[in-house]
Design a protein. Structure first.
Lengths: 150, 89, 150, 89
């Protein structure tokens, strides 16, 4: 079971309960929910919020690819995965991402969840612009998807 | 010929619109688009080394949402997206 | 911040939302919620439910000790931990345990959460009696707390 | 002297009550309690090797909720808990 989606923060918010409902199964003994939230400090600056930019179509495609890779590479019984990432403006504490996974055993949910978040960070086209208390803002440096400058 | 490049992330600062239009020789490749875009940036923002760096480190995606490599050939009215270094989560 | 408690399943249920409220902080960029649930099969038997037995006082003491050990051994910024374990009877899908942790960075929540669940399995005095569809039931084999037979 | 052992987990099957009372020499240690308990089990459930195994692999806790070792000394009216191999989660 798989669900992967970009959520427009101005219209909707990411819900832990929805994720739980989606992944719940009587075949699974373990569930793991990773949540990323906007925190109030980064690189010694006071953060007031983050604007997330997204290439929605490629983001949703990459979620699916990462899920399929993960269940191919790892040994997971009855995997169930729910991924959502926000786009638009989020204030402090706002939920930017949820990765909810269920599987038969606990070691499987830890491996699966970690694999997914690390791959998303590496290659899913989402960008963060941090807003600071001095009214400045900055696009954060990221990881080149394909380093074509080589 | 003209091509359209949709802007994302830090590359949004390249224009007040959410895309750029470049005139490029026909046929052209991603490699040439990148060079063309760098010339454009250098002309428009001569002081801004950071913008050039972003273009150098960016990937490009085609209309089919595929990341395309340097040798990928474009036809007239091609649409591309520039994909600067990513960092969601 | 720490909360650790045994929950009587006949009176209360473990709540993901309560855990989220407790650990939420604007200093933290990452939260991780591990949930254990009763699954419908174990060792090729059809399971209908599990009765959990607990030495409440030692369980709660061990949760605290494990938390303190974890934040001493691992490097965690702004750790927040919420642990609850059910006792009594749970049917299929019932939540037996929640371990919710928040910290500054994502690597920290994965390490912290995993450390806690593994230690609980090793040494927290909780026992499971599985009930099967043939009306039989069995106490599951566990880990000796101190192997004094050596 | 008498001591009381509160039962948990698989050890609950040793009695219909949630504790056992054993008569042990004074003074006594955990080691002797374990031996005494094994004699009791062997007398009451001569067929049940599994129960003996549980006692062998169990720890004991005192009134202060501390796991106590073999050499730990007990006084009259001591209360213990038997802690069979654990497995929560």
């Amino acid at each position: 079971m798989f669900h992967g989606k970009v959520i427009d923060a101005s219209k909707q918010s990411i819900s832990l309960d929805e994720a739980k409902k989606f992944i719940t199964s009587e075949q699974c003994g373990a569930s793991l929910f990773f949540i990323g939230t906007v925190r109030n400090h980064n690189n010694n600056k006071k953060v007031t919020g983050i604007t997330y930019d997204s290439h929605d179509a490629i983001v949703e495609k990459s979620f699916k690819e990462i899920y399929e890779e993960a269940i191919h590479k790892l040994t997971i019984d009855h995997p169930s995965v729910y991924i959502e990432h926000a786009k638009g403006y989020l204030g402090l504490g706002g939920i930017s991402i949820i990765i909810a996974v269920a599987a038969k055993h606990r070691s499987q949910v830890y491996e699966l969840s970690r694999y997914i978040i690390e791959e998303i960070k590496k290659r899913t086209p989402i960008w963060k612009k941090e807003h600071y208390n001095d009214h400045q803002s900055d696009w954060l440096k990221g990881n080149p998807v394909h380093d074509l400058s080589k | 010929m003209k091509i359209k490049i949709e802007l994302f992330g830090a590359a949004r600062d390249f224009s007040k619109q959410d895309y750029l239009e470049l005139t490029v020789p026909e046929p052209t490749s991603i490699k040439e688009v990148r060079e063309n875009l760098m010339d454009f940036i250098q002309a428009k923002y001569p002081e801004n080394k950071n913008y050039l760096e972003i273009v150098k480190r960016s990937a490009f995606a085609n209309e089919h949402n595929e990341i395309v490599q340097d040798h990928y050939q474009l036809s007239a009215n091609s649409k591309l997206c520039i994909i600067p270094p990513v960092g969601g989560g």
